[in-house]
Design a protein around this ligand. Sequence first.
Ligand code: AMP
Ligand code: ZN
Ligand code: FE
Ligand code: FE
Length: 286
Amino acid sequence: MGVRGRFDLHTHSSVSDGTETPGELVAAAAAAGLDGIALTDHDSTAGWQDARTAALRHGVALLPGMELSTRHGWASVHVLGYLFDPTDAGILAETERIRRDRVTRAETMVTRIGHDYELEWDDVVAQTTPGGTVGRPHIADALVAKGHVRDRGEAFATILHWRAGYYEPHYAPEPLEGIRLIVAAGGVPVLAHPGVSTDRILPEDYLRRLIDAGLFGVEVHHRDNSPNGARRLLELAQKYDLAVTGSSDYHGAGKPNRLGENTTAPEVVERLVAAATGYAPVTRPA
Ligand code: AMP
Ligand code: ZN
Ligand code: FE
Ligand code: FE
């Protein structure tokens, strides 16, 4: 694939917690002047077909992907997986397990919140897409609809914050296990926003195990990484020959992040595509 132009390798649609359908998201990427995007909904590939159709229509290159939820100790770790086989049995079983427990976990949180605020499970269901991945952003949207908070940002800063007393974690595999699953399905794994702060970066010996398992890169250019975190990630990338990616983590109207606010160098996209064996990028024949 001859890669040129601006690629945003981390976006969400209404299949998880973005506010636009995959087709609308791809149209928005075209309107933003991007040459390509990756669709990376949380723990789901349900948007790939719709995004694919839109990508061919709008002439935007598409790298179908996913943001896999994992956990290391207390820390939630997001692993971006690109161009893996979406019918792979291991990926299917694990993502189904995560999505199912996300629902149970959200129900638990809503029950707790319901003791202090008027909120019912149906209010949250009304904010989700059938079959989509449920997350705290949907609880946030329900809290907004009920008039308890102004927007998702306020919900996350208050009621949905883990310190607020309503928080419940959901099942997630170890990052090492997640990376093994993505690689086994022919995909390419990249750690999402790993440098929120320097002390939140995974321990170097554990990172080395991830690299041995096939970790391709780290998302350095992302608004949630701190300046020091990003600097440290660049050092680690150089030391271990990891690819450096950049992206917006666009969620439509659900977050201030704008499409293309960070992008990934075409050479890196080209290497990523070359490393994948599970699924071909979607491009319009020239
Ligand atoms: P969950 O995985 O269900 O715990 O929810 C985490 C998701 O909420 C992440 O994917 C974020 O994109 C989203 N999120 C986190 N903080 C905020 C915020 N302040 N505003 C909007 N969305 C947020
Ligand atoms: Zn999200
Ligand atoms: Fe994330
Ligand atoms: Fe994300």
